[in-house]
Design a protein around this ligand. Sequence first.
Ligand code: UD1
Ligand code: MG
Length: 453
Amino acid sequence: MSAPCAAVVLAAGLGTRMKSDLPKVMHKVCNVPMLGHVLAMLDDLGVVRRVVVLGPGMDAAAKLAEAYDATVAEQTERLGTAHAALAAKDALADFAGDVLVAFGDTPLVRAETVARAIELRRSALDPAVVVLGFEEDEPGAYGRLILDDAGNLVRIVEAKDATPEELDVTLCNSGVMLIDGAVAWRLLSAIGNDNAKGEYYLTDVVALARAEGRACAVVEGGAEEFLGVNSRADLALVEAIAQDRLRAEALARGVTMTDPHTVYFSADTQLGRDVTIEPFVTFGPGVVIGDNVTIKGFCHFEDARVAAGAILGPYARLRPGADVAEDAHIGNFVEIKKATVERGAKVNHLTYIGDARVGAGANVGAGTITCNYDGFNKSHTDIGAGAFIGSNTSLVAPVKVGDGATVGAGSVVTHDVPADALAVTRAQQKTLNGWAARFREKMRALKAKKEGC
Ligand code: UD1
Ligand code: MG
């Protein structure tokens, strides 16, 4: 897809209905701020320039915009969507192409739909404005798209300014529109604020273009694509739709999911072929899963890599920096943080591996803990290839267990263990033959004497 147009993303709104200290566009959907979704969509579309309009003090949003190679323009007073779009004028002073306006709080818009608008803009009709619209049975506060008998877009009317007949119109304004660059800034500057809200409405650009004899047109998309987030309830709804999209994409890519609705992805989750995911699994940001990996139920992953053929869970937790190699097994109630588990190693039960390496083919027994933190510093544990760590072992870092070494169950290992050695630190077992029988006899006799008197 190529499009010689610049995009202006309006994101300065206060989002008061979110009841949040965070600017609305920084609230996350699938672990990415809404503004990031819009900027990623524009990337897919191939727009050549991006300007994000922000309010004063929206530093995190500005940083995010810069990460997507967008310029930031400031709208100091929130006087409406046309006023916001005009804030981008200077940043695009040297740009001659078309201007695409999008909203930072509408994160589900698809690049394909916008591409259709670009196509229509390039058609023989030569519309000055192409508006993305959608049908909605209960259009509520959305602006209504008013068409003439021939189906051409005549104007957009905001709900607050609409007549009862206009309110019956079900074709709504999504907010996304593509404007002919030759007229865009002149028309936007001509917009006034004589309306119910006393705001400068971007939507008035359509009537102004028509008054100059230019055509305007509508491209329709699905209503869910244009859901704008104004409250936490909207955010939850958008999250649910975005999750469904990611599930559908995973299934289409060759992932098996027993019950997709219980699996939660991040926008950046990467899954190989023939991955199997059992119910109730959560993928936080930054997770990469290789081919043929089996993920059993109730796992939680974040910023972790898993190579081909590994088996994880049920109830495995991979925290940031977990790196699980080919064919390794991570079992139930095992937590891995900032650690490499090499090829074919097994960490199957009730274990914490943090700031560590588990060598290829090593076997880490149930209840093993790498004691990586002394209250001040984190230290490293190194478990060699083929080592065997007995159950209920504490490895007090910094410490090294050599290749092929064995650590006896119940040990607290504070010194390095050489390759192929055995280390056991538990107390010697004492065995007294017949002691238990004698003890029982004595206690029974005592009890009988007590009950007799
Ligand atoms: C707008 C449209 C409406 C459409 C709806 C779709 C106008 C006048 N109305 O209404 O036709 O149906 O979106 O969701 O355009 N913003 C700024 N600065 C401002 C005002 C807004 O940056 O001064 C930004 C907001 O951050 C937001 C976007 O513009 O991302 C839309 O603003 P909002 O106030 O939500 O517009 P709506 O009333 O929903
Ligand atoms: Mg809105």
